[in-house]
Design a protein around this ligand. Structure first.
Ligand SMILES: C[S@@+](CC[C@H](N)C(=O)[O-])C[C@H]1O[C@@H](n2cnc3c(N)ncnc32)[C@H](O)[C@@H]1O
Length: 521
C-alpha cells in the first residue's frame, strides 16, 4: 500500500508543478467543478470516484458506475472530498430515497441505494476486510475486491482502522489458504421502522433560537429538527415529539454546544417492542432537571405506556451522550422486552441491540455456530445484559458472562433469574482482565463467544482465548475491519475461520454486523 501511495504522490507532484503554490494541497482546487467516474463505495457508504485527471474523490450519495459532476470541497495530497452536483449517468441501483430529509440528515447513508444492492455491498465489505486485513481466502473470490485497493484504503478505511496500532497492522502480514465461506447478508423483509431506541440531540435553531431536536447533519453538529424518522419505531418518534413539546411548554433551555450552556442536551427513548413498555431518559447539562415534578406529571399523562423516567447528568464538554450519574425520577429502573421467548430487563445505561427482529436472527446464528449439546462450558465476553448468554444457556452446560458496565451485569443477573436459567454466572469488569484471571483460576471453556464494541477485542483477551483453546470461537462483530484483524490473530494461533454470516442489523446505514464461526485446528 505504501508503495502505491508513494507513486500517486509522485504523479501529483508532477501534475501540480504548474499550479500556483498554496492554491490547494491536492490536484484540484477547492470549489473546482469536476467530472468524476464513480468506481466504488467506502466503508462509510460514500462514493469513491476518479476525476478525469485520475485524482481520487470521495463523494457522498454517488454510486459505483455513475458519472457525476461534483464540486471539490477539500483537496488533500492523495485524495479529496466532493459534493455531488448532478449526474451525467446514473446507476441502475439508484432509487429515490424514501425519507424527505435524507439529503440533509446524517443518520442514514444508503437510502439512495436499492436494498438488495445494500445487502450485496455489505457482504462485499466483509469480504474485502477479510481478504485485505485478515489475509483470509474467501470461497469464490479471486482476491480482487469491489473497490481497487488504493481507493478503499485511503480516507474512510483509515478511519476504520484508527483503533489498530502499528503493531496490529504488522501482524496482518501472514496469510492462510483455506476457503472461508461468506454467506449472503441476511436482510429484513421490511427494512423500515426497525429501531427500538432513539437518542436525539437537543439544541437551538440557528434562525430563531427555538428548541430543536433531531439528527446532526452529516459531518457537522448542526441539528436538523425532525419528528419522523423512517428507521425508528413510530412510538419513538411520538415520544420524542411529546418530550420536545413539554420542554417548550416548560421553557426548558436547550443546550448550546458552543457556549456549553443551557439545560437539556439529549433525549433517549427505548421501547420494549414485545411488551410495549417505554423508558424516557432526559440528559441534562445541569445537576437538577428544572420543573421535575411537572415533567413527570406531563410525561405520565401524555405517554400512557411509560414505565421508567430517568435523569442522566452530563456536564462535560464531550460528544458522549451520557454522563456518569443516572437517577430514576419515576417508575422502574428498567423496562422489559422479549427476544425469542426470553425476557430481558434493560436499564438506561445498558447496551441492548436496536433492531430486535434481526437480533433474534443474529443470536440464533451465534447459537448455531456454538453447536451446543447441553454439556459445554461457554464464555460470553462483552455480554451486555446477558442476551446472547441466555440464548446460549438454553443449550449449554454453563455460561460465564463478562461485561464492563456494572449496571448491565446487574441486568444480566436479573435476566438469568427471570428466565429460570441458573446455569449462568456473570461478572462485571474488562473482559481482558476478568477472563485471564478465570483462566489462572483454572477455568476452561469449550466455546468462547465474543461480541466486542467497534474497536474489537483487546490483544490480551485474544491471547487468553488462544491459551484456553476452546473447540469453537464465535465472533459477533459490528466492524468488519477489527473482526478481520482479530481473526488473523486467532488464525495465527491455530484457529480456522469456517463461515461468516453478515446480518443486516442497520438497514440504510453503512453499518455492517456479522457473525464468524471458528474451529480449533
Ligand atoms: C456490541 S455490545 C454487545 C453486548 C451484548 N453481547 C449484546 O448483544 O447485547 C458490546 C458490549 O461490550 C461492553 N464492553 C466494552 N468494552 C468492554 C471490555 N473491555 N470488557 C467487557 N465488556 C466491554 C459494552 O459495554 C457493551 O455492552
Amino acid at each position: 500500500m505504501k508503495r502505491k501511495q508513494g507513486k500517486q504522490t509522485e504523479q501529483h507532484r508532477k501534475r501540480n508543478s504548474n499550479k500556483p503554490s498554496g492554491a490547494s494541497e491536492g490536484l484540484h482546487a477547492k470549489n473546482e467543478i469536476v467530472t468524476v467516474d464513480m468506481i466504488g463505495l467506502t466503508h462509510d457508504g460514500d462514493g469513491v470516484g476518479r476525476t478525469e485527471q485520475g485524482f481520487t474523490l470521495f463523494i457522498p450519495h454517488a454510486l459505483p458506475g455513475e458519472r457525476v459532476q461534483a464540486k471539490v470541497l477539500k483537496s488533500k495530497k492523495q485524495y479529496g472530498y466532493g459534493k455531488l452536483l448532478s449526474h451525467h449517468s446514473t446507476s441502475e441501483q439508484r432509487i429515490e430515497p424514501a425519507c424527505p430529509i435524507y439529503a440533509q440528515c446524517g443518520g442514514c447513508q444508503l437510502q439512495h441505494f436499492d436494498y438488495e444492492a445494500q445487502l450485496k455491498w455489505k457482504r462485499q465489505h466483509v469480504i474485502d476486510s477479510l481478504t485485505r486485513i485478515g489475509k483470509l481466502k474467501v470461497a469464490g473470490e479471486t482476491g480482487a475486491a469491489s473497490v481497487p485497493r488504493e481507493n478503499s484504503m485511503t480516507g474512510t478505511d483509515k478511519n476504520e482502522l484508527s483503533d489498530m496500532s502499528g503493531e496490529d497492522m504488522e501482524s496482518t502480514n501472514a496469510g492462510v489458504q483455506h476457503d472461508v465461506i461468506v454467506h449472503p447478508t441476511i436482510g429484513m423483509n421490511d427494512p423500515w421502522r426497525y429501531r427500538n431506541k432513539a437518542a436525539v440531540p437537543i439544541g437551538l435553531a440557528a434562525d430563531d433560537g427555538e428548541l430543536v431536536g433531531g439528527f446532526y447533519a452529516k459531518g457537522s453538529h448542526r441539528i436538523i429538527d425532525m419528528d419522523n424518522c423512517m428507521i425508528q419505531k413510530d412510538l419513538n418518534d411520538e415520544v420524542i415529539a411529546i418530550v420536545k413539546q413539554i420542554a417548550k411548554e416548560l421553557r426548558i433551555q436547550p443546550y448550546d454546544e458552543e457556549s456549553a450552556s443551557g439545560v437539556l442536551r439529549h433525549v433517549m427513548t427505548r421501547i420494549g417492542v414485545v411488551t410495549g413498555e417505554i423508558m424516557i431518559v432526559l440528559i441534562t447539562n445541569t445537576e437538577k432537571l428544572p420543573r421535575q415534578a411537572e415533567w413527570i406529571e406531563q410525561l405520565r399523562k401524555r405517554v400512557p405506556n411509560v414505565k421508567s423516567i430517568v435523569h442522566n447528568i452530563n456536564p462535560r464538554v464531550t460528544n458522549a451522550i451520557f454522563g456518569d450519574r443516572t437517577e430514576v425520577l419515576w417508575g422502574s429502573e428498567v423496562i422489559y422486552d422479549e427476544l425469542d421467548g426470553l425476557r430481558f430487563a434493560i436499564s438506561a445505561r445498558s447496551f441492548y441491540q436496536v433492531n430486535p427482529e434481526q437480533t433474534v436472527t443474529l443470536y440464533r446464528k451465534a447459537v448455531e455456530y456454538a453447536a451446543l449439546t447441553g454439556t459445554e462450558q461457554v464464555i460470553d465476553a462483552y455480554c451486555g445484559i446477558g442476551s446472547i448468554s441466555l440464548f446460549l444457556a438454553r443449550q449449554a452446560g454453563h455460561v460465564y458472562g463478562v461485561e464492563i458496565v456494572p449496571e448491565a451485569i446487574e441486568d444480566a443477573k436479573r435476566n438469568a433469574k427471570l428466565n429460570g436459567l441458573d446455569n449462568t454466572t456473570f461478572e462485571a469488569g474488562p473482559a481482558e482482565v476478568v477472563i485471564p484471571r478465570w483462566k489462572q483460576e483454572g477455568m476452561n471453556a469449550d466455546v468462547i463467544v465474543v461480541d466486542p464494541p467497534r474497536k474489537g477485542c483487546d490483544q490480551a483477551l485474544l491471547e487468553t482465548i488462544l491459551a484456553i483453546r476452546p473447540e469453537r470461537v464465535v465472533y459477533v462483530s459490528c466492524n468488519p475491519s477489527t473482526l478481520a484483524r482479530d481473526l488473523r490473530v486467532l488464525e495465527g494461533g491455530g484457529y480456522r475461520t469456517v463461515e461468516v454470516t453478515p446480518v443486516d442489523m442497520f438497514p440504510h446505514t453503512g453499518h455492517v454486523e456479522s457473525v464468524a464461526w471458528l474451529v480449533r485446528e
